[in-house]
Design a protein around this ligand. Structure first.
Ligand SMILES: [Zn+2]
Length: 411
């Protein structure tokens, strides 16, 4: 038994569905046959297979080609660091020979934004003429695609759950019976940009070395999202993004943006370079926003209203904290008592600034490192006071019992 040869851009779930119709067997029986294990132990989705190697072979395709042409893998991994994407690819392609790779984290976002199957009426009509049947296109099932990138017409929402289910409707292929045109909650220009960008990501040809945060920041600044004192107006950009997409669409994609704007996800995407694991949907929303954003007078006045933030003089703060901590350690030394790092930071009044900006406190850090290894530290390296007293020999301390034993030893 073989699986049907996939049509161009056909979703993996659609291939299985056509196979079910050809062989007249249940989804459960087919998954058990494909994976050679009980269906309950298989790990499969409409958008991605955990055993690409097996399915591709049954379809007569090279596994990697199948992964890139019939699953959402290139889309969901498009903005990930190259090395991480390669390791995911290797795990998926090798899962037949080792433990099945859990795919829920990769396809979770797709299900949130596109909970039901969608299709383009004109694509379906072309497919019917060309192949004699219709099928579910991969690109139409993406959460950021509301109109067909080829025909520029709104997609039809079918109401059929996008997962692989055993219900009767799940077996259905696109047909006029399901025509329920839905007006996209976005302007056609933005919807088309999102659809085209999403299609580009499916091609799998993109640069994984790009610093997205840097790119977005540069583009936002070029558009005029800059405060009068020179900083990027990330909060105002976030507000403008939320107005372009509207609360309803952002909620649908699980990408809600709300005040305080400066700490919402679009603002962080413009500012931080540390988080490299932002979902592809958020990247696409930012990308399409920057393609069309305009800084009008209202946004300009909002940017002008923001006062220049007070800059903390970390150098002076570090010096003062170091001196206060040294004084406190000296006091404990002469009193023969011990204390903790937490107490020292509290005395120096830098607990919060130190916790959030540790790299800005090099002098304080050096004093604390030295303190941790000293007798004045309550928490000795390698053990708490309680355990040092209970098991002194473990920490290189001689106990009374050990001392007595060595004194009475004949040697
Ligand atoms: Zn179409």
């Amino acid at each position: 038994m073989l699986l049907p040869k996939p049509y161009p851009d056909e979703a993996v779930g659609s291939v299985l569905l056509r196979a079910q119709q050809v062989y007249g067997i249940s989804l459960k029986a087919m998954l058990a046959w494909i994976y050679e294990m009980p269906a309950s132990r298989t790990n499969h989705s409409f958008h991605l297979s955990t055993d690409v190697d097996r399915i591709a072979t049954l379809c007569g395709m090279a596994p990697r080609d199948f992964l890139y042409e019939h699953t959402v893998f290139p889309y969901v991994t498009a903005c990930l660091p190259g090395k991480y994407k390669e390791s995911l690819e290797a795990k998926l392609l090798a899962s037949r020979h080792c433990r099945p790779y859990p795919i829920a984290s990769m396809v979770g976002n797709i299900g949130v934004g596109a909970s039901t199957r969608r299709y383009c009426v004109r694509c379906a009509s072309d497919d019917l003429v060309r192949y004699g049947e219709t099928y579910w296109h991969r690109v139409h099932q993406l959460p950021t695609v509301l109109i067909c990138p080829v025909h520029k017409t709104p997609l039809v929402l079918t109401g059929i759950p996008s997962g692989l289910t055993c219900g009767k409707t799940s077996l259905t292929l696109p047909s006029p019976a399901y025509v329920r045109p839905v007006k996209p909650p976005l302007t056609m220009v933005i919807a088309l940009t999102l659809a085209r960008l999403s299609q580009d990501l499916l091609s799998g040809r993109y640069d994984h070395g790009i610093d997205w945060h840097d790119l977005y920041r540069t583009r936002a600044r070029k558009l005029g999202f800059v405060h009068h004192y020179g900083d990027t107006a990330s909060g105002v950009s976030a507000l403008a993004l939320s107005e372009v997409y509207g609360a309803k669409y952002l909620r649908l994609l699980d990408c809600t943006v709300r005040a305080p704007w400066g700490s919402s996800w679009p603002a962080l995407l413009l500012r931080s370079s540390r988080n490299q694991f932002v979902s592809v949907v958020r990247h696409l929303l930012m990308h399409a926003f920057l393609d069309h954003a305009l800084v009008d007078e209202r946004l300009k006045s909002l940017m002008d209203k923001v006062a220049k933030p007070l800059r903390t003089d970390f150098q002076a703060l570090d010096k003062a904290a170091k001196e206060a901590i040294q004084r406190e350690i000296k006091r404990h030394k002469s009193a023969g008592t011990r204390t903790t790092v937490g107490h020292l930071l509290h005395v120096a009044d830098v607990t919060q600034p130190y916790r959030h900006n540790r790299s800005r406190f090099p002098a304080t850090e050096a004093v604390l490192t030295e303190f941790r290894g000293s007798d004045q530290s309550e928490r000795q390296l390698g053990g708490r006071a309680y355990w040092r007293a209970r098991t002194p020999s473990r920490w290189g301390l001689s106990s009374k019992r050990e001392a007595t034993a060595s004194e009475t030893s004949p040697l």
